[in-house]
Design a protein around this ligand. Structure first.
Ligand SMILES: C[S@@+](CC[C@H](N)C(=O)[O-])C[C@H]1O[C@@H](n2cnc3c(N)ncnc32)[C@H](O)[C@@H]1O
Length: 329
C-alpha cells in the first residue's frame, strides 16, 4: 500500500506543521503508521496534568489544596446555593399559581391521622367531575403500592393503572437520605391488602428475593426496573393516547425530569400530574420548572396543593379537551 504510506507521511508533515505551535513538541506513534494500513496518531507522551484550554479551569486547578475533599465541599456549597435559588423560585411559583388563583384548593399538610387523603380525593373528584371514566393512570415510584391501591379502589374499573418501580429503594441519595433508602417491602404488597394472607406471603417472599406475582386487579400492571429502562419498555407500544393522571413519587430530580421530558413532553391533550414532594425544591420542583421551560409549557394550573406545598396537583393543557371525554367542565 505505497499510497497509504505516502498519505500517512503527508498527514504527519501537515500535523507537525499545524499542531506543533499549539501542542508543542510531539511524536508520532510509529507502530500506528509502520504497516501503512492505519492512520497516524499524534501523541504528546505521558502528561502530569491535563492541559485545560479554558483560563478559568487552569486557574482553578492551580489551587492544589482543593484537590480531593475540596471538590466535595465546593459541590455541597453549590447544592446549598441552588437550594436557596430554588426556594426563592418556589416562592414566586406560590404567589403566581396558588396565592393569586382563588380556584386552588388548599388541603391540610400531611399528618398521620389523615395522611395525604384530602389531595388524593381532590384528584379523584376532579377526574370524576370531568366525566373521565376510562383511560390510563401511571405512577412513578410505587413502593408498597399504597397510593395505587387507593386510586384503583376509587376510580372506575374501566381505567388502567401502571406502577413503575425498581423496588430497590432510591437509586441515588436524596438530600440526607442515602441511596437504597425507602425500599419498603420490595414489592407492591398493598395491592393484596384485601387478602391479608396473600399480602403477608408476598411480603415474606420479597424478603427472600422471590418475585411477586401479577397484581390481583385485572386493570393494574407493574413495570419493574429503573424508569430509564421500564419507561422505554412501556413506550414501545406507543404513547398513551388517554393519559389521565401521572403520580410522581420518586422523590429524586434524576428520577422525575427524564420521565417528564420523555413521557409528558409530547402530550398536547389535557391530563393531571400529582407531585408528592413538590416542595423538595432541588428535585421535583426543579424538574417541573425545567420541563416547563424546555417545552415552553405555559398552559397549566394548580388545582390543589397541601398547605406546605409538598403535594401539588396540576392540570396540564387546560384549554385542550380530555381525549375521548364529552366536555362537561
Ligand atoms: C416514596 S417511595 C413511593 C411511595 C409510593 N408511592 C407509596 O404510595 O407507597 C419512592 C419509590 O421510588 C422508587 N424510585 C425512585 N427512583 C427510581 C427510578 N429511577 N427507577 C425506579 N424506581 C425509582 C424507589 O424504589 C421507591 O420505592
Amino acid at each position: 500500500m505505497p499510497e497509504l504510506a505516502a498519505l500517512s507521511k503527508r498527514l504527519r508533515t501537515v500535523a507537525c506543521q499545524y499542531l506543533a505551535p499549539i501542542a508543542g513538541p510531539y511524536v508520532m506513534l510509529e507502530s500506528e503508521v509502520s504497516d501503512g494500513t492505519t492512520l497516524p496518531v499524534a501523541t504528546l507522551g505521558p502528561l502530569a496534568r491535563p492541559q485545560h484550554v479554558g483560563r478559568a479551569r487552569r486557574t482553578i486547578v492551580g489551587a492544589e489544596t482543593l484537590l480531593g475533599p475540596g471538590a466535595g465541599a465546593i459541590e455541597k456549597a453549590g447544592i446549598l446555593l441552588q437550594k436557596i435559588a430554588n426556594t426563592l423560585r418556589f416562592e414566586e411559583f406560590w404567589r403566581d399559581k396558588v396565592r393569586d388563583d382563588p380556584r386552588v384548593i388548599v388541603t391540610p399538610t400531611f399528618d398521620k391521622t389523615i395522611g395525604k387523603v384530602p389531595i388524593w380525593n381532590a384528584a379523584i373528584n376532579h377526574l370524576r367531575r370531568s366525566g373521565v371514566d376510562a383511560g390510563t393512570v401511571l405512577e412513578f415510584g410505587t413502593n408498597n403500592g399504597g397510593w395505587l391501591k387507593y386510586f384503583v379502589d376509587r376510580l372506575p374499573s374501566s381505567m388502567s393503572f401502571v406502577g413503575f418501580d425498581c423496588f430497590e429503594g432510591l437509586p441515588e441519595a436524596w438530600d440526607d437520605l442515602p441511596a437504597g433508602s425507602i425500599k419498603g417491602y420490595g414489592a407492591p404488597v398493598e395491592l393484596w391488602a384485601d387478602d391479608p394472607a396473600a399480602r403477608r406471603r408476598i411480603a415474606e417472599d420479597a424478603e427472600q428475593g422471590i418475585a411477586f406475582p401479577p397484581p390481583p386487579q385485572k386493570n393494574v400492571r407493574i413495570e419493574s426496573g429503573l424508569f430509564a429502562e421500564s419507561l422505554s419498555r412501556y413506550l414501545q407500544d406507543g404513547w398513551p393516547a388517554d393519559l389521565r393522571l401521572v403520580h410522581f413519587d420518586a422523590d429524586l430530580y434524576i428520577s422525575t425530569r427524564p420521565v417528564l421530558d420523555t413521557l409528558c413532553g409530547p402530550l398536547n391533550y389535557r391530563y393531571l400530574i400529582l407531585f408528592d414532594e413538590f416542595y423538595s425544591v432541588n428535585h421535583e420542583f426543579r424538574a417541573w420548572r425545567e420541563f416547563c421551560s424546555l417545552y415552553a409549557l405555559k398552559d397549566w394550573r394548580v388545582l390543589a396543593t397541601s398547605a406546605d406545598g409538598s403535594q401539588v396537583l396540576i392540570e396540564v393543557n387546560t384549554a385542550a379537551p380530555w381525549p375521548g371525554v364529552n366536555a362537561s367542565e
